[in-house]
Design a binder for this molecule. Structure first.
Ligand code: FAD
Ligand code: GLY
Length: 370
């Protein structure tokens, strides 16, 4: 048996926990089926928006997201200082807009809920929103500004996390799909990958939407995650035309430093169907054009899709299973980029110390038992 932790899956979750474990001196080996960071973590828009995206009655998710956002500046500073590479972290905030009266009623309802939760939000008139983001349509009737919501370039983030993991001494095996997990009498399961068996003191499953598909994990040990397809695209605009995350009832628009505007995303229960459809792309472009008329003239840069790992209650699954030494970190659904620092910090603490941090308690795999 090897010392340390074996990780299955090299997205933002597996890589960031691996990096944090290495920083504390833990030996870590990570097995990745393909190339690291090319699945959901690549497909995402990079919004760090727990305030704009608050859902009614999902207070534990909000708390997790807020804690992660609080950790973000230090997480990014440490990552960038360690690797010498930047991840495109921006703090401009988010603007949720309404384009007609029905939208305004919904926006107002959410605004009142955000206020009741003491979240930092500001109601803007049409004139105020034009001053803040002049490229927005003159049809914008009202808006809510969320200064606390931030953004990151998730493709840079996952690429830099890979560098940090390797630079910190993590052992990475790409093109090494885990084909089976074998339960043992003593200790965490062994895994079969790359024509051999791997066995470590601790095992962490972080295989995104594929986490429940590895043979050998049955019953209560199998995390129930499903793929939730998101079609998403990018258009090319002048840098700084848009600086905030923009959210309409139909789409969101996340700006990149080079001017690209990422427009997302569909939410489809289609299994692993990766088709890019006319309807999906049409709705995204129409939604973006309604919010920012100038989109009509912009070149399309890229269209892609990805699979969000969604659990039964759409909240993450974080913690130790009923087998001591076997941990799960998956099910981050629409917020895995946001929840990277909080997952990395507290899961690495749990793996090293063996005690469940309070913030992770609501997300324990045990909540699905029975
Ligand atoms: P992944 O990135 O999917 O990584 C899992 C890895 O495991 C993959 O590399 C895969 O190859 C590997 N793997 C799978 N099976 C095996 C195996 N058998 N053996 C070895 N390796 C295996 N979140 C936000 O916070 N903000 C956003 O704006 C945002 N926008 C999104 C937009 C879209 C369109 C999508 C699809 C997602 C978005 N998300 C967003 C969600 C976020 O992308 C995910 O929650 C997050 O990336 C999940 O990270 P992960 O590491 O768990 O999964
Ligand atoms: N959080 C954005 C998305 O999942 O599309």
């Amino acid at each position: 048996m090897e010392k340390g932790t074996l990780i299955i899956g090299g997205g933002v979750i597996g890589l960031s926990i691996g990096w944090r474990l290495r920083a504390r001196g833990e030996p870590v080996t990570l097995l990745e089926r393909g190339e690291t960071g090319r699945e959901a973590s690549w497909a995402a828009a990079g919004m760090l928006a727990p305030v704009s995206e608050v859902h009614f009655q999902e207070d534990v998710n909000l708390r997790l997201g807020q804690e992660s956002l609080r950790l973000y500046p230090e997480f990014v500073a440490e990552l960038e200082a360690f690797t010498g590479k930047e991840v495109g972290y921006r703090r401009e905030g988010g603007i949720s807009v309404s384009l007609h009266a029905d939208d305004t009623a919904e926006l107002r309802h959410r605004f009142e809920y955000q206020q009741a939760l003491d979240l930092p939000v500001e109601w803007l008139s049409a004139t105020e929103v034009q001053n803040l983001a002049p490229a927005l349509s003159h049809n914008v009737v009202a808006a809510v500004y969320s200064p606390a919501d931030h953004q990151v370039d998730n493709r840079k983030l996952v690429t830099v996390l890979r560098c940090a993991f390797v630079q910190a001494g993590g052992i990475l095996h790409e093109q090494t799909p885990v084909e089976e997990v074998r339960l043992l009498e003593d200790g965490p399961p062994a895994v079969r990958a790359g024509g051999r068996e791997w066995r470590s003191e601790k095992l962490l499953l972080a295989a995104g939407s594929w986490s429940g598909m590895i043979p050998g994990l049955d019953g209560a040990l199998r995390p129930w995650v499903r793929p939730v397809k998101g079609q998403i695209l990018a258009v090319r605009a002048a840098p700084d035309l848009i600086r905030h995350n923009i959210r309409t009832p139909d789409v969101y628009i996340a700006p990149r430093a080079d001017g690209r505007l990422v427009v997302g995303a569909t939410v489809e229960e289609m299994g692993y169907n990766a088709d890019l459809t006319v309807g999906g792309v049409f709705e995204l472009l129409r939604g973006a054009w309604r919010a920012i008329p100038g989109v009509y003239e912009m070149p399309i840069h890229e269209i892609w899709c990805g699979f969000r790992p969604g659990s039964r209650d759409n909240a993450p699954i974080l913690g130790e299973t009923e087998i001591p030494g076997f941990f799960i970190a998956t099910g981050h659904y629409r917020n895995g980029i946001l929840n990277t620092p909080v997952t990395a910090k507290y899961m690495s603490e749990l793996i090293l110390a063996g005690t469940m941090p309070e913030i992770l308690a609501p997300f324990s795999p045990a909540r699905f038992s029975g």
